[in-house]
Write a new protein. Structure first.
Length: 326
């Protein structure tokens, strides 16, 4: 890294201008900066150089909103002409590996910010991490909660024993163990220090890709993940019960509730949990935090990203233990 890296803006491009690529900025209900294109347009050390989408009109709209920059329905051509140093990949899951190889092949690429999953199978994910390392490209995967200050604080609290010894973790998810399930798996890894064992329980009928699962985490902490039918409603929660308190991650992570132990007001000698305190806005500006983390690595302020390619491989390995077809 050079001092010049901290003085100039990095050129960035987004492949895939759907919801997470560029679309969340058009939703008034979105909390803060949640799309890749908006994050690049908002960060003081980045300039958006190009966008691509199979739907040219969608790419053109994104370029008009966050540019001016090049808009194309051909990702390869866009990367050739815009020469970004940072590439975001926000296309459908099945195309992630191909788009990553395309970005890695460009000489100008210094970093790639991926949506999850890294690939659709473990072997290809490992190959992609190896290729990025060999080319000297920083590979960051957007398991978004890792980048947010609220979850960093929560991890520190758990590690320092604020809630005592963790006894049990339970959660809910839907829409596929590889798609949304790996978000829960990564959060479990992040908060507990790792997953030692994982196995499937039952699947949501008629969706074999969304099984319930059980885990054994670092330190012997047991965890269970219950699968739900996402077409009924969306639910992503994690409930962590310690010996001195309890933490509930709610609304996908937008809220965190913390409970501490108190003497029972009803029964002498008993201990209960208090009424709890709620932290709101825990995922606000999640994408802006991710881009900031990436930039700090490129400028040498940080040695490692909050969520690297190796973390994404570990999530897929756990998913494969739960769902062998993965």
């Amino acid at each position: 890294m050079t001092n010049n890296d901290t003085a100039r803006p990095f050129r960035a491009a987004v492949i895939g201008c759907g919801w997470i690529g560029a679309g969340t900025a058009r939703d008034p209900a979105t909390v803060g900066v949640q799309s890749h294109a908006e994050a690049y347009a908002s960060h003081p050390h980045v300039t958006l150089a190009g966008v691509a989408d199979a739907d040219l009109a969608r790419a053109t709209n994104a370029a008009a909103q966050f540019g001016p920059c090049e808009a194309s329905d051909n990702p390869a051509a866009m990367l050739e002409t815009s020469r970004p140093e940072i590439v975001s990949i926000c296309t459908p899951d099945e195309s992630h590996a191909a788009m990553l190889r395309l970005a890695l092949a460009q000489p100008a690429t210094r970093a790639v910010l991926m949506e999850k999953p890294l690939a659709m199978n473990v072997a290809e994910a490992r190959d992609l991490v190896d290729e990025a390392r060999q080319r000297g490209v920083l590979l960051v995967v957007n398991y978004s909660r890792r980048f947010c200050p609220a979850f960093r604080r929560l991890r520190n609290e758990l590690q320092s024993g604020v809630f005592g010894r963790v006894q049990q973790i339970h959660g809910y998810y839907g829409k596929g163990i590889i798609h949304n399930g790996t978000h829960w798996i990564d959060l479990l890894r992040h908060l507990t220090g790792g997953i030692e064992q994982a196995s499937a329980l039952t699947a949501v009928k008629p969706d074999p890709w969304t099984p319930s699962a059980q885990f054994l985490c670092a330190g012997g902490v047991p965890a269970t993940l219950q699968a739900l039918d996402h077409t009924a409603f969306t639910l992503f929660e994690m409930d962590i019960v310690g010996t001195a308190g309890r933490v509930r991650v709610l609304d996908g992570g937008h809220r965190i509730q913390r409970y501490r132990t108190v003497k029972s007001p009803l029964y002498t000698g008993y201990v209960n949990l208090d009424g709890g305190q709620t932290e709101e806005g825990c995922l606000k500006d999640a994408m802006l935090h991710a881009v900031g983390d990436l930039i700090s690595c490129l400028t040498g302020e940080s040695a490692q990203p909050a969520c690297a390619g190796e973390d994404a491989v570990a999530c897929l390995e756990t998913a494969a233990a739960i769902l062998p077809a993965a």
